[in-house]
Design a binder for this molecule. Structure first.
Ligand SMILES: [Zn+2]
Length: 313
């Protein structure tokens, strides 16, 4: 019955849906059971769209019994608080992420560091590596995959060989690495996480951002290759972080004047620190360079004196 849904929604198993979003909102999943269970909930700023996509599947959010989060970043937990308020649902995430939420640590969850919109919620269950989760009739294994996020997990359905890879594995890119928050071993952690995934038998991957893909081995190779390049080229790693977070910031702001954006970045925690860390404090030069590259690649565009994102939120 896949035809009745929009092209961004896919029924993976009966009543188990994948919803593909953009770059600002992580992809998420809906189990339309009685009661419904959700995996990840998008970005707070797009709460209305998230809610309407889920209710469009005939799911009453007020009946949600459980939200599982693949990690605690703002683009994956955005609607948690709202849905929990109206449903009283439980939430489950890796126990390290639960600790960040319990202690209201907005730095480790990135939101204060990157100036992102996010609301804390009640974390009720801390997941352990190797644990199994039954989502209706579908069984998933929890695999702990830190690197991008200290609390990152992926969910693996061994029977159908389906991997919900979140931000641990994308088709053609690697999710942003934040060494100043995740620590200097972040890239090594991600390599270990990806090597761990190599042993799985996977037919289809549903990532945290981007479309589903079946070339699992190819994606693992591409990721490892990219991470190794970052390890040996710190400027490449720094550039990647600046570019991704700049696009992210534009998506959050929707449009902004170039000078205002620069001022906002200079008042943030992440921007001056990252430019100090990778580029000896050349704040303006890096800003001009990265904006120029993003304009050249048409990832962002400029109309009058306003900058806009050209990628999907
Ligand atoms: Zn993330």
């Amino acid at each position: 019955m896949a035809g009745q849904y929009s092209e961004n929604i896919k029924e993976i198993f009966e009543d188990f849906f994948f919803i593909q979003r953009g770059f600002l909102n992580g992809n998420h999943f809906v189990y339309r059971g009685d009661p419904p269970i959700l995996i990840d909930t998008g970005y707070l700023g797009d709460l209305e769209e998230t809610a309407s996509l889920i209710t469009g599947l005939d799911v009453d959010l007020a009946h949600t019994s459980l939200i599982i989060n693949t990690h605690c970043h703002c683009d994956h937990i955005g609607a948690n608080r709202y849905i929990q308020d109206i449903s009283g649902c439980e939430t489950a995430l890796h126990h390290i992420g639960k600790h960040f939420i319990d202690t209201r640590d907005a730095w480790s969850t990135w939101s204060r560091y990157y100036n992102q919109e996010a609301e804390f919620f009640r974390a009720t269950y801390g997941l352990e590596d190797g644990e199994t989760l039954d989502i209706g009739p579908y069984r998933f294994e929890v695999l702990y995959t830190p690197g991008h996020s200290a609390d990152g997990i992926v969910l693996y359905n061994r029977r159908q060989k389906i991997l919900l890879s979140s931000d641990a594995l994308w088709e053609n890119d690697v999710a942003v690495i934040t060494e100043r928050v995740e620590g200097s071993r972040a890239l090594f952690s991600l390599i270990e996480s990806i090597k761990r995934l190599q042993d799985l038998d996977v037919r289809m991957v549903y990532p945290g951002h981007g479309r589903p893909f079946n070339d699992f081995k190819g994606a693992l190779e591409k990721s490892l290759d990219k991470i190794r390049k970052y390890l040996w080229d710190r400027e490449k790693l720094g550039d990647d972080q600046l570019k991704k977070i700049l696009v992210y910031t534009l998506l959050m702001r929707r449009k902004i004047r170039e000078d205002e954006l620069f001022e906002e970045l200079m008042n943030s925690h992440w921007y001056p620190e990252s430019v100090d860390f990778y580029f000896q404090g050349e704040y303006e030069r890096k800003f001009t360079q990265v904006i120029g590259e993003l304009l050249g690649k048409k990832v962002i565009y400029k109309k009058r004196d306003l900058l806009y994102p050209a990628v999907r939120a």
